[in-house]
Design a protein around this ligand. Structure first.
Ligand code: AMP
Ligand code: TRP
Length: 362
C-alpha cells in the first residue's frame, strides 16, 4: 500500500522491495524502483559529428551516472536507416561513435553500451509495437511530420520509427528515459503502448518515465550564441567537435562572436556570446560563470582560457579515441560484450511477450 502511495513504478512480478536511490537523473519527486538502482535507457543515432554540446550537455553526465544507475546506452543504427544512408558511412559513424563514447569514459564493463542492430529482439518487438500502435497515433508524431516534409523519400520506417523506439525502451524494463524535450511525444507513446499491451495481454512491461536530463551545460553556437550548438546547423566555425585538433579549437574560440562592448560579465540575455564562453569555461573547469567573469577585463584572455580549458578537457578523450579507432578489434569486442549483456535482458522480455501473444516459443 505504502509503495503504491509513493508511486512505485517498478514491476510487481519482480517481487523485490524498492530501495531509495542515491542519485537519479530526474529532478522530480522521488520515485521507488524494484531494483537498488533505476534502469536508465538512452539511444543515440550514429549520424553527424559529436560536438562540445553533446559532450558537456550529455555524454559527460552519462559517464558519471553509469555508477549510480543501471545504465543502458544504445547506438540506434536501425533508426538511422529510416533515411537512406551510405553503408560505408554508417559503418564508419557507428564505429566512431562507439569509440567516442568509450573514450569519453563510458565503461562497457560498468554500463551496457551496445548497437541496436546486433540485438535482433529490437526488430522483433518493434513489429509487435507496430501492431499495438494505432495508425492515427503514429500520424500525430510531430517529428515524423517534420522529417517527412524535409525528406525526398519518406520511408515506411520513418513513419513507424516511434514503434521501434518504444521497443528499445520496453525490452529492458526501463524505469527512466533521459532524453530531450523533443522526444517527449515518443516516450509518451512508449508509455501508452506499454499500458495498452499490459491491459490486453496481462502485465508484461514496465511503464517508463520520461525524464529531462539535468543540463550540465547548454552550449550555444560560437558564431550565433542565440542558437544551441547542433549537429544539424550548418555552422562549422561555430561548432567545436570533440575530435577537433587543438589548433582548430583555438581558432574557433578566437573567432567566437561576442559583442561590441568591452566588459566581461555573465549576462546571458544581454551578452549571450560572452555568457556562452563563461558557461563553457565553467563547465570545463568546474567553476561558476559569474565568479569566473570577475577575473577578466577583456574578451581576448577569456577566449584564450576557454580554448585552453576545452583543449585540456578533450585531450584525454582524443588520445583514447586515437587508440581505440586504430584498434577495431577492441571496439568489436566492446560491441560484442554490449550485445551479449543487452540480449541477456532482451531475450527474457521477448520470451514473455511471445508467450503473452500466443506465439510459439523459439
Ligand atoms: P543530438 O545531437 O541532438 O542527438 O543530442 C544528443 C545529446 O546531446 C542529447 O542528450 C542533447 O540534449 C545533448 N545536446 C545536444 N546539443 C547540445 C547543446 N548544444 N548543449 C547541451 N547539450 C546538447
Ligand atoms: N529518437 C531518439 C532521437 O532521435 C533516439 C532513440 C531511439 C532513443 N531509440 C531511443 C532515445 C530510445 C531514447 C530511448 O534522439
Amino acid at each position: 500500500m505504502l509503495i503504491t502511495a509513493l508511486s512505485f513504478t517498478g514491476h510487481p512480478e519482480r517481487g523485490h522491495l524498492p530501495h531509495r536511490l542515491p542519485f537519479r537523473f530526474g529532478a522530480g519527486p522521488t520515485r521507488f524502483y524494484s531494483r537498488p538502482m533505476a534502469r536508465v535507457f538512452s539511444g543515440i543515432q550514429p549520424t553527424g559529428e559529436v560536438h562540445l554540446g553533446n559532450y558537456l550537455g550529455a555524454i559527460r553526465g552519462w559517464t558519471v551516472n553509469q555508477h549510480h544507475s543501471d545504465a543502458i546506452h544504445c547506438i540506434v543504427d536501425l533508426h538511422a536507416l529510416t533515411i537512406p544512408k551510405d553503408p560505408a558511412e554508417l559503418r564508419a559513424k557507428t564505429g566512431e561513435l562507439m569509440a567516442v563514447l568509450v573514450a569519453a569514459g563510458l565503461d562497457p564493463e560498468v554500463c551496457t553500451l551496445f548497437c541496436q542492430s546486433q540485438v535482433h529482439e529490437h526488430t522483433e518487438l518493434g513489429w509487435m509495437m507496430e501492431c499495438t500502435a494505432a495508425f492515427g497515433e503514429l500520424r500525430r508524431m510531430v517529428q515524423f511530420k517534420d522529417k517527412a516534409e524535409r525528406a525526398d523519400f519518406v520511408s515506411a520506417g520513418l513513419f513507424t520509427y516511434p514503434a521501434l523506439q518504444a521497443a528499445d525502451v520496453l525490452l529492458y524494463d526501463t524505469d527512466e528515459v533521459p532524453v530531450g524535450d523533443d522526444q517527449r511525444q515518443h516516450i509518451e507513446l512508449a508509455r501508452d503502448l506499454a499500458i495498452r499491451f499490459n491491459n490486453r495481454y496481462g502485465d508484461t512491461f514496465v511503464v517508463p518515465e520520461h525524464v529531462i536530463p539535468p543540463v550540465a551545460a547548454r552550449v550555444m553556437d560560437l558564431q550565433d550564441p542565440t542558437r544551441k550548438m547542433s549537429k544539424s546547423l550548418d555552422s562549422p566555425q561555430g561548432t567545436v567537435l570533440v575530435l577537433d585538433e587543438p589548433k582548430v579549437v583555438e581558432k574557433k574560440f578566437k573567432r567566437a562572436v561576442t559583442d561590441s562592448e568591452n566588459e566581461v560579465r555573465y549576462d546571458p540575455e544581454a551578452k549571450p556570446g560572452v555568457a556562452n564562453l563563461l558557461s563553457i569555461l565553467a563547465a570545463a573547469t568546474d567553476g561558476d560563470p559569474a565568479t569566473l567573469a570577475e577575473k577578466y577585463t577583456q574578451y581576448g584572455p577569456l577566449k584564450a582560457d576557454c580554448a585552453a580549458a576545452v583543449i585540456e578537457l578533450l585531450e584525454p578523450v582524443q588520445e583514447r579515441y586515437a587508440e581505440l579507432i586504430a584498434d577495431p578489434s577492441t571496439t568489436a569486442a566492446h560491441l560484442r560484450l554490449g550485445a551479449e549483456k543487452a540480449q541477456a535482458v532482451a531475450a527474457v522480455t521477448m520470451a514473455k511477450v511471445r508467450d503473452r501473444l500466443g506465439l510459439p516459443a523459439v
